[in-house]
Each structure stands twice: as structure tokens, then as C-alpha cells.
Write a protein that binds this ligand. Sequence first.
Ligand SMILES: [Zn+2]
Length: 467
Amino acid sequence: MKLQFFGAAGTVTGSMHLVEVGGRRLLLDCGLYQGPRKQAFEINRNLPFDAKSIDAVVISHAHIDHTGNLPSLVRAGYRGPIYATDATRDLSACMLPDSARLQVSDVRTVNKQRLRTGQRPFEPLYTPEDAARAVRQFAAVNYERPFEPLPGVVGRFFDAGHILGSASVLLELTENGRTRRLLFSGDIGRAGTPILRDPTIVPGADVIIMESTYGDRRHAPPTDTQALIIDAVQTVARERGTLIVPAFAVGRTQEVVYRLNELWDAGQLPPLPVYVDSPLAVDVTAVYRNHPECYDDEVLAAMHASADHDVFGFDRLRYVRSAEESKKLNSLSEPAIIVSASGMCEGGRVLHHLRNHIEQPNTTILFVGYQAENTLGRRILNGAEFVPIMGRDYRLRAQVRRAEGLSGHADCDELLQWAVQTQQRGHVDHVYLVHTETGPAEAFANSLRTAGLPNVTVPKRGEGFEL
Ligand SMILES: [Zn+2]
């Protein structure tokens, strides 16, 4: 039995781990490496193994850094099953074609320059056809139902509480009469996240592959998000302005809609129209509606209590798919709330709304997610006097607010608690830390050793270990 790390090793992107057992090969995650364009293209295109030599694929969750290179794998000849939870399959059916369209438009931009200088054009990493083919190869399994991805291997998904359908994967591997229980954490969420259940402590693990994105960081205590939303909505109602909420299409958009629905039901908000303006967010919300098996008790209770059994829809809410309808939002004369992607304002329709409204003092921009350095979102948050949007500088006159402490990832204390509890419920003799930069990994490895897990390894890309 062998374990080899090909992605998310010493970095937070491109999750990909290879398990060899009984002469067969199983791939855990097949994520897109996201980074500088040229380097990303090289890494994603050149798979580190022959795609046809893989016998099964198991996916932890639908984020593109965990699934986004599946179309490349299929393009290179993989024809076997891709195991995932039902919700991950359905989210991937929206997200992989969306990723393919981005790949095609990205390479078109590059090729314009190459053709001008007489260079050979590049092919896209993959196309919507490759993505559609990958989607057809999914084999969906509900949480905690055993499945057999390879002869002699029993798999089970456990809720990881990170996004809809996210899972930790337990693989029972048997070779020559010896059994090892390998637990892949996937991305670990947080207790108390709206909509989702808390991360599961999986029993019986011998070896863990564990994410440690925030291995050396603690999240800020969460702001009272309800109070912040109420205040922002009341402000734009009073000043007859627009509230713009940049939010990622997967997860955060649905959380915002759920919160707004709840506050209106409780009579705490003035009656403004809400527009969710992102085609991907519209599709993803439909997937959220279809998967009540992933909801926590609070959402299930709210769903049963609401007249239409829909916690992601209400009278004043419009989901905007078409470009024409989106353009009509430019000429709204009434106060309104616009929720739009991308969450860090690096692309997507939110740019049009910012361009239209950022110079109006009666606009409020409410950030509900992390804003990385060098993003437009961070510039706005830092209160720059002018901000560049679609090639022009705009004066920032809008009011800017921010909800602190919202994250889909466990922080260092929560990760440590997860690891210690997993050890208490199993016989863990080794932990491999992935999905992290080297600094946080070393810090977290030390925390684990202090907590009584002595064997911790931070693998390098390509490194292999006997299980
Ligand atoms: Zn994730």
C-alpha cells in the first residue's frame, strides 16, 4: 500500500493524492492548480501519471481546487468512475462547465497576443465537452453509505461541514490480509456555520491526510452578522441607495439569502427588492434547494415552518440569469440589494454594479468574505481614494462595511480539536499535512506533536510513502 502526494503539497491549491493498493490506483481529488497563468497551465496540463492507469477517483467536495482538473483527466483518457456525494456531483455539474468556459475565454485572450506576434495559438486546458464527459462519469453516494471503489477497498463519506456536499473520506484498504483505515479530511468546516451541519469526527482512522490551511491562524471573533445586515439594509432604505454584497456563487451567496429570508420573516427589515445576479449562483442555489439531506437542524426546521418550504426564495427576491436582465439593474430607480459574484471583486457581474454605484455616497458595499491581498475587494476595503474597475479609475464614495470572522475553513484551534478527537476515536499512527503553505504546516505539525500525535509529515509534491 502506497500513498503519493501530487497536489496541495506545500501549497493550498490543486488537491491530488494517489493511493496504490493491490496493484490498483485510486486518485483522491483531482483539483485545479490555481496560480500564475503559465505555471498553472504547465502543472494542470502535465498530469504526473498516465490517466489511463487510474482505476477509480474519489472526490471530497466540489470546490475547483479539488475537482477542477477532472476534465483534463478525462481528456487524457480516464474512463472510470468518479465517486462523490450526491450534492458534490450536482454542484460539479454546474461548476466544471463554468470552469471550462473560463479556460476557453482565458486562452482566447492569450491567443490574441500570440497570433499578433506570429506564435502558434494554445489549446484550452479543457473544453465544455470535456467537462460534460467528466460529469457523466460521476457515481454519487450519500453520506455514510459504504461503496467499493476498488476490489478490497471500502469507502465512506462523512459530512465535513465546509460547503454543501463536502466530505471527509474514509478508505478501508486491504492488501495481503492487512487492513489500514486511511482518512482524508477534505476541507474541514466550522461548527455553527449557517445551513450546514458541523464537521463529523470520523471513527476508526489509522492514518490521516489532513488539510491545515489555517494551521497557524485564528479567525477573528464573528461580528453579529444579523445586526450588520439590518443596519446596512436600513441605511440604503433611508438614503434611497443600493446595497451591493459581493459574494462567492457557492456557499456565501446562499448564506446571505438565507439570512435575509430569516430577517424578513422576523419583520426586522424594510421591504427592499433583492437581486441575486450571477448565473452560477442561480444554478448553485437550485442545487442547494435539492439537497435537504445536507441541511442542519435549524434550516430543516425553518424549511418546515415556512409556507412554501423554500428557505432560498421569497417574494422580493429575483434570481437574475440573463445578461439583459442584469443590465436592467443599471437603471433601478428604487433602493435595492444586489448580491453578485465574484466575492473578491476580481471578475463577474459585481464589477458592473460597482462601476455604476461606487461613486454614489448612498451606496453601501457589504463584504461578507475574506479579501485577499492585491484584489479589488481588498483595495475597496482598505478605503483607497480611487479604485480601478474594468480599466478605469473610480472615486470611492460608497460606504464600506465588513462582516468579520466568516470563513468556510476551521482555524488552528478548530483543526487541532478535530485531530485530537479523531485520534481519540481511532488508532491514529500517522498524520500527513496537506493544503497549506510550509510555514503554517510546520506550526501546526508542532501543535499536533504537543497534543500527542508524534508522527506528522509535511509531504513535498511527488513524495511517496508506504502505508
Ligand atoms: Zn474547499
